[in-house]
Design a protein around this ligand. Sequence first.
Ligand code: NI
Length: 179
Amino acid sequence: MPIVPILQYPDARLGKTGEYVTDFGEELQKVVDDMLETLHNTENCAGLAATQLAFEHPKKITVLYDYRLAQRDPPKDAALCLINPEVIFSEGQLEEPEGCMSVPGGVYEVITTRAYKVIVKAFDREGKPFEIEGEGYMAKLLQHEIDHLNGIIFIDRLSRLKRQRIDKKLSKLKKWADD
Ligand code: NI
């Protein structure tokens, strides 16, 4: 099972919306396996969305660790797969910094629009519908990954000023790397 490269900002593909999954056949199973393999082999990675990986036609698929089971270092078998996920309930406000595997430079920012608690409906990899509830860190993770599937990365949700500051920092980093 190959590991799929993680796209790095400012790659324009990060702005793509994932296509809805309608076929839960063999091809989907292979994509999910590759995403899980990539998740397990990426250090400090809590979740991945298909739209941040180098797939030609990324679909609405995310894999993430279930932090409701273990707040620290969840085991591999605690990985969940959500297909066509959608937030159906949200409540409260979370003020916890977040980062992203697709945003280099150790950028961590509080996204003030994050809800403290969410309920998400999705399908599992077999096509069975389910709902999942998350609070705190888990709520943040679910919202972050669903944003990815809609072509939104977390820094898109920052104020223009903060965003400009980050873009400046990242272009400097890139210049150093290129020199
Ligand atoms: Ni991310």
